[in-house]
Design a protein around this ligand. Structure first.
Ligand code: SF4
Length: 679
């Protein structure tokens, strides 16, 4: 929901939300699943704790001097041919983007998921300016069709189950009424494919804005982000100034922090790194690249004690672990930012007068702090907001007074227990005073039983003798992740085994083979997938591979679509190709992923639009991780650098993992042992 200056009533919204058991179940299922996925991966990453400290320190470096990093980023984007616009508030951001569209006669835009655009209310602003915006993330597409707003920063349709989505697609899009989750995803793919091809503008957010290269990096699993950044002729990235990070060398570790915290993935399916518009020798990508840097109160937050709130990576982990969010869902917060991070951020961005109660949308259990990617002290922030006055300050004051006087506390608890022998807690508390009655009215309280009180139990069981003294734990500044950890030290065979394991787990079909075997392998694949059209961008391939593949396909009964001349792709033909064959110039063991730099005639869209993607690599191009790739590549970054980890996927309908949303449902990787990259 776009926040407004009016007073939002969390008490009323949460009171009705908590009654909606269907939504509650849907939220708990998906948020619980995401939390378990995070735990599984983090438990296998002993360095993760150190990485969280590192992330916090790097973010502190930026937030203490935002303007310096903004200036560096702006200079770099402009040097690469992009345009940077500064927007002081939401209205200005909307006006800038509307004008970019209006001046170019653009009437249709596609958008990938961006909470910053929700904050701005961008869709409504563009709609008023006569520009149709289609949300392309499946979850966002569902909530847009339903006329709603996202209820989770990562899984926007978390509150809707598959029956809801089926009904919605049937009513609004005329979809058959018997589609299962996979059928619903396939149906959305078809509808949205047309929107991508027709749009004059692609709008994205930005997970990271890299100051020393002017790069905007976005992570998606479905591939809609890649579509938005590559297919339309104009790309606009709306990015909050807090998304800056100092260096491209920081990016791999921040990506790891983000994806592990969000979904437990070592890498999302797609990481799109955009550095300027398409260059003169490139055959795909947008002609214009605009970055709208949004302030909207962030500079003031950076100069305040709440500064760390700007470090948020929007991973959603705090939502997934929050008992309040599980109980009431996202819409009760009436903000584009729900959950623990949203309670604090909404209050800071729009003021306590707009969100007077969100500080109380917290049990202070601290789970959010334990799982926050960059250790934002969310519980302290909630506590401080309460101290500064909220609707329940009187209750908190009474509780604090009682707790700070042990004698009074003991007598009070004993009196309460006596009363509870004859009446339930829900009847007793309202009698204390009106403030306590209000506090109790929106909470589910445990039934007090006849069990022995803890204090009595402790008196009976505590060890005799002197109690041990508590020791203060020293905290110290944790340094950056050591270089050798980043680069990886395993030898080649170990790396290959790691790649097989990681990529295999993502569903990549790996074959280690040789150039001589290609003929049979390609023939079988064409037959298995009934391929009549192959997308084949051959520029930049090793000559031996290029000649061999061209020869094999010339003898096959299928047509090829390429992008080697300056007119680029025939998009309609590309969209109809069933198979894309690409040469991946590097592949990474740590994340099981493939690397694609944009280049002359090097059409990376062949890895995205067809249903099946066949990637071919030389075994010698295996690297440990993205850090190693950046170390290897000395020159400037290409306009687009893409990392691909497995097929296009989504869990946006009830957390059911489904492949082939916007990109391929199959990714096949042939690793050639006898291919010399210099050949
Ligand atoms: S506050 Fe922390 S856990 Fe919550 S979304 Fe932001 S980075 Fe993730």
């Amino acid at each position: 929901m776009k926040p407004t200056a009016t007073r939002h009533n969390f008490r009323a919204a949460s009171s009705s939300a908590i009654q909606n058991k269907r939504v509650q179940k849907a939220v708990r299922n998906t948020a619980g699943l995401l939390a378990r996925m995070r735990a599984t991966t983090v438990n296998t990453k002993p360095e993760f704790e150190e990485l969280r400290n590192w992330g916090r320190n790097r973010k502190l470096l930026v937030s203490e001097n935002l303007e310096k990093w903004v200036a560096q980023f702006k200079a770099q984007v402009e040097q690469q041919g992009g345009v940077v616009h500064r927007a002081k508030d939401a209205a200005e951001a909307g006006r800038i983007i509307s004008e970019i569209a209006r001046e170019r006669g653009i009437t249709a835009a596609v958008k990938s998921k961006s909470m910053t655009s929700e904050e701005v209310g961008l869709n409504d602003i563009l709609q008023d300016a006569g520009i149709t915006v289609t949300e392309t993330d499946l979850g966002e597409f569902i909530v847009q069709l339903a006329g709603e707003h996202p209820s989770h920063i990562l899984a926007p349709a978390i509150h809707r189950n598959q029956d809801d989505v089926r009904k919605l697609f049937t009513e609004k899009l005329g979809a058959p009424a018997d589609l299962d989750v996979e059928g619903l995803v396939r149906f959305a793919r078809k509808v949205l494919r047309h929107k991508f091809l027709e749009a004059g503008m692609g709008i994205t957010g930005g997970n990271f804005a890299v100051a020393d290269t002017g790069t905007v990096a976005i992570v998606t699993n479905e591939g809609n982000g890649r579509m938005c950044t590559t297919v339309p002729p104009v790309h606009v990235a709306l990015v909050g100034i807090e998304k800056l990070i100092p260096s491209i060398k920081d990016l791999p570790d921040f990506l790891s922090l983000l994806t592990c915290s969000a979904t437990g993935q070592r890498a999302s399916s797609y990481i799109s790194m955009t550095t300027g518009p398409r260059r003169t020798n490139e055959t795909e990508g947008p002609e214009e690249f605009h970055v709208v840097l949004l302030d909207n109160g962030r500079s003031s937050i950076a100069a305040s004690p709440w500064r760390e709130m700007l470090h948020c990576l929007h991973c959603g982990s705090c939502l997934n672990h929050c008992p309040v969010y599980h109980a009431v869902g996202g819409h009760a917060y009436e903000s584009s930012y729900p959950g623990p991070m949203g309670s604090v951020l909404s209050t800071l961005l729009w003021g306590k007068q707009s969100y007077p109660e969100l500080a109380n949308a917290c049990t202070l259990c601290g789970r959010c702090v334990d799982v926050c990617a960059v250790k934002i002290p969310l519980a302290n922030y909630h506590r401080t907001l309460r101290h500064q006055g909220g609707s329940n300050s009187q209750t908190s004051y009474l509780a604090a007074r009682l707790a700070s006087h042990p004698g009074a506390y003991r007598r009070g608890i004993h009196a309460l227990r006596r009363m509870l022998r004859t009446q339930p807690l829900t009847k007793v508390l309202p009698k204390i005073n009106k403030s306590v009655a209000n506090w109790q009215s929106c909470r589910v309280l445990p039934v007090a039983g006849e069990e022995q009180p803890f204090r009595d139990w402790w008196h009976q069981h505590q060890p005799k003798g002197q109690a041990p003294k508590l020791k203060r734990v020293e905290t110290k500044e944790v340094p950056s992740v050591p270089e050798d950890k980043k680069a990886g030290t395993a030898d080649r065979e170990e790396l290959l085994a790691l790649y097989r394991q990681r990529a295999g787990a993502l569903g990549v079909e790996i074959v280690e083979t040789s150039v001589a075997e290609l003929s049979g392998l390609i023939g079988n694949l064409l037959k298995d997938e009934s391929v009549s059209s192959v997308a084949l961008p051959r520029a930049g391939w090793p000559q031996k591979l290029d000649e061999r593949v061209a020869e094999i396909l010339a003898g096959a009964d299928c047509q090829t679509v390429s992008c080697e001349d300056e007119t680029g792709w025939n998009m309609a033909a590309l969209a109809n190709a069933q198979l894309g064959i690409t040469y991946s110039s590097a592949f990474l063991a740590e994340t099981g992923s493939l690397i694609y730099p944009a280049g002359a005639g090097n059409g990376t869209l062949a890895s995205l639009l067809p249903e099946v993607h066949l990637a071919i690599s030389a075994s010698s191009t295996l690297l440990s991780d993205l850090n190693a790739y950046f170390k290897n590549e000395a020159g400037p970054l290409p306009s687009r650098l893409t990392q691909i980890a497995g097929p296009s996927r989504t869990g946006d309908i009830e957390g059911t993992m489904t492949v082939g949303v916007h990109g391929p449902r199959r990714v096949i990787h042939w690793i050639l042992s006898d291919l010399d990259t210099g050949q």
